[in-house]
Design a protein around this ligand. Structure first.
Ligand SMILES: C[S@@+](CC[C@H](N)C(=O)[O-])C[C@H]1O[C@@H](n2cnc3c(N)ncnc32)[C@H](O)[C@@H]1O
Length: 449
């Protein structure tokens, strides 16, 4: 049975899928950049690295002159102001405030891996909020709760984490395992400008979207005062009526590890063209260690992908991964992307411009090969390339007039491409993100004499 909150959506409808139960199909034409679904988080938990840096409720960073206020009961949760604190108190904090410190310092909790600790806290936030329903744990009183229970369980999640809150009456014995077996399969890692900050539950999105390594849509997260985080699923390209809408469950660049993660965490094998091709290769050759061979691979992947044409022409079409010749298969090794990314970053910071330009182009080529067009990683990298070019041309060196004109044109093109890609997903996450940065740089570029 399709849940009522889904049947009322005017963008998608669920249809049976051969192996994934259902799939979300576009009800009408969906243009690039449109919002397909917009929903608030049902339960969230901040990553430990973000604790005390962001509000535990709305997840915004504090504004200048207004430090976060700490819960005086437990000292373990931080809020923008009384409104955020009160909202979270009502939804779940009142059930856990007194016990949270004892819980997090217990040997059971301390013995968990980092991600298990996050799951434990998220589960507790979820259970505590179900206990605050008009009749405790009567899930029929919450559309989101019944929808969460209707989600597909993961293959095996291990033993469920301990609970903090003991509510009277306690939940039925099978509720906690039933919730927890849906965690691995359905929870989202929430991010701001590609940095992960929290985990969250968004039942309607979980019920709707299957995975693709070449997704036509992606989730973004927006923060606003006193509200739970909002997830928006945005079309990365024009989606035709009847087409399946898929999002990425994992970074498509995880060429070697994603297969295992799909099997163990999600319980399926991805049969997208890229995964079928990667499976057909079997073992991806090691990345060479010889610097000349690495340089040669970097140059040739750029040629294969035709990065020059991407940078110059607006009619660029990236080649399919399956066309990659055998002698270039080592570029698909995750170590190669890691090496390129580290080389680019180090060279940019050390103002080694030739190396930064060379590795930056090769990394862009690899991104064009593994990511679909308009994927935010591509836009973020184009912005980094523009900033590196800027630093070299206008901060570090004193260019001649002709070199300056050349540099301005190259930087301006990189910024234009970065904006074009990032505009598709649109503003998300924290204030002053990459789109704001692009606009500042574009204005500054106009001022360069
Ligand atoms: C978050 S749910 C997606 C919604 C699901 N189709 C449903 O009907 O509820 C995730 C589960 O859907 C299935 N799934 C998602 N993407 C898939 C894919 N590309 N191929 C096969 N199964 C997939 C897997 O069982 C996975 O664990």
């Amino acid at each position: 049975m399709v849940h009522s909150s889904l049947s009322t959506l005017d963008t998608i409808e669920l249809r049976p899928h051969p192996t994934a139960r259902d799939q979300a199909l576009a009800k009408a034409e969906i243009p690039t950049g449109s919002t397909i679904l917009k929903i608030p988080a049902f339960a969230t938990v901040l990553q430990f690295s973000q604790k005390g840096n962001r509000c535990d409720h709305c997840m915004r960073l504090p504004t200048e002159g207004q430090p976060l206020r700490r819960c005086t009961g437990c000292s373990a949760y931080w809020y923008c102001d009384a409104q955020c604190q009160s909202a979270q108190w009502q939804t779940h904090h009142k059930r856990i405030c007194k016990r949270i410190n004892q819980f997090t310092s217990s040997t059971v909790f301390q013995g968990l891996e980092e991600h298990e600790k996050m799951d434990a806290l998220l589960l507790n936030h979820l259970v505590a909020s179900l206990s605050t329903l008009p009749t405790a744990y009567n899930l029929e009183q919450s559309q989101e709760a019944t929808l969460f229970l209707s989600l597909l369980p993961g293959p095996s999640s291990g033993s469920e984490p301990p609970l903090i809150c003991t509510i009277s009456p306690p939940p039925k014995a099978d509720l906690i395992p039933t919730l927890f077996e849906r965690f691995g399969n359905n929870n989202f890692t929430m991010h701001s400008h590609l940095n992960s900050i929290a985990h969250g539950i968004f039942p309607l999105a979980s019920r709707s979207f299957n995975h693709s390594c070449s997704p036509n849509a992606a989730p973004k997260y927006t923060f606003s005062a006193h509200q739970p985080v909002i997830m928006e699923v945005v079309a990365l390209k024009d989606i035709h009526q009847g087409e399946e809408i898929c999002i990425p469950y994992l970074d498509p660049a995880l060429t070697q590890t994603k297969r295992q993660i799909f099997q163990f965490t999600y319980g399926f094998n991805c049969n997208c063209p890229a995964c079928l091709f990667l499976n057909s290769i079997g073992h991806i050759p090691e990345t060479p260690t010889d610097p000349d061979q690495l340089k040669d691979l970097s140059r040739r992947v750029g040629e294969f992908v035709n990065v020059d044409s991407y940078l110059k022409s607006d009619k660029y079409q990236s080649p399919s991964m399956s066309e990659l010749p055998q002698d270039l298969h080592p570029v698909l090794n995750e170590d190669f992307m890691k090496w390129l990314s580290e080389t680019f970053s180090k060279a940019s910071h050390e103002a080694n411009f030739d190396l930064a330009a060379e590795s930056g182009i090769a990394l862009l080529a690899l991104y064009l090969l593994v990511y679909p067009c308009n994927y935010p990683q591509i836009g973020m990298h184009l912005l980094e390339m523009a900033k590196t070019h800027w630093n070299y041309s206008f901060v570090i060196s004193q260019p001649s007039k002709s070199k300056e004109t050349e540099a301005k044109a190259a930087i301006s093109r990189l910024l234009e491409l970065a904006k074009r890609v990032l505009d598709v997903l649109g503003r998300e996450g924290d204030e002053d993100g990459p789109l704001a940065e692009i606009s500042v740089l574009q204005n500054l570029l106009q001022d360069v004499q």
